[in-house]
Design a protein around this ligand. Sequence first.
Ligand code: BG6
Length: 494
Amino acid sequence: MTDPFDIVIFGGAGDLALRKLIPALYRAFREGKLPLGSRIVACCLETEDVKNYIQTITLTLEEHLGDDEFCSDAMKQFKTFLLPIELNAAEKDDGWQVLHELLTAELDKVTVFYLAIPPTIFGSCCQLMSEANLISANSRVVVEKPLGYDAVSANEINDKIAEYFDEDSIYRIDHYLGKETVQNLMALRFTNLIFEQLWDAKSIDHVQISISETVGLEGRAGFYNEAGALRDMVQNHLIQLLCLVAMESPHKVNANSIRTEKLKVLEALRPMKGQDVEKHTVRGQYVAGSYNNKLVPGYIEELNSPDSSTETFVALRVFIDNWRWARVPFYLRTGKRMKERCAEIVIQFKDVSHRVYDESAGPLAPNRLIIRLQPEELIQLTLMSKDLETLGMQLQPATLNLNFSDTYTQFRSDAYKRLMLDAAKGNSSLFIHRDEVDLAWAWVDPIIEAWQQSNGEPHLYRAGTWGPDESNELLEDDGRYWFNTGEGVETHQS
Ligand code: BG6
């Protein structure tokens, strides 16, 4: 357990704080991971929010956690950690003096400043922290995405924060990195000889990384319509997952070694410009459809606007130009209002080089490793084996299944919990370095430019499906197809 720390949440009554941060801190408390003497200072803009804070939090936790996790007795204790104050994160007001008094009363403590506010005010908030003498050697600042809109704006934001905090004290969050299975991916790769030996272009046919969501705009129309799926999900989450799949083994599992290896992957991403973009990317936008037998509106209706060419779906064929991954396609895909909520990485191995069984033994399926991050956390490996119920030699795919919910029945994965506790401990290995942000934008920006120059429109797909037909064609052109969760393991003649 760490020493007691203070976490100051700017945007304490905002959506992120209520839906993710406070529930994560409550979970940490229930698991005995929030040290006694720690304080959660929630900075709220409105007097009413401060007055009703405890009540709002109680209701939010009840709603988000469900009966098995929420407990009113525990809530009574958790309340004692919460200190709501009125403060404007973008302008000087009396709140800053209150915050100063609170924090300077316990000078030796680590303070984590969490900027759960729009990035446009990151700079002014850091400046006000500095003017209120809140920043010390024990301070860390956690910043949420979106970190900019493109390379230029990201740079401006990073420059602003860097005026007040050293790079070592800046914790850029990508909550996907806090998901337990993502760390398991590193454990799987770097502690098991069988995988590391086969982890390259000689043995791997291709890699798929998919994050499909069933939700739509969720009240974030303004932000999302400006951003779109490429900026919202690919520039950060998908590229980070790609880095972890593709990177070389770090020298040690520490922030510097991991970042060094991730940067090499980012540098080796083959740039896409002009015509390449048309060839290797598919944009989509959902129209009305159904999910769980209920009708759901299209993007334009949800947005309540006459038109928009923002992509709510994107699929890409990506190459990493280095020795290990030469000519191995990485297919990335993400979208809103898709058929299932799922995030998974699929490593498709190559076919065996020579078939020893007759055709009568049945078709062969290549080995496939599936690392699923959600909805459940599991690792599966499909292998060919003999069908034991037939006397003759009949081959069929079988699955080795490592479903973590079977083993860890009490465990509740919560990416924000882990990342906030890591920030308090000063462990930045799961956070993103400025150089990674720069390189990711440098790769994404030309794709957006090419889309804008082409004046093309996204392909339409019905809500509740796996995206537009063109996404399937992207893989079919290569003789491959998407592995859609729940659709079983196929075999083919080899
Ligand atoms: C966020 C995106 O970063 O990730 C959202 O801004 C998206 O649009 C969310 O819904 C998905 O996160 P998760 O953990 O629910 O898959």
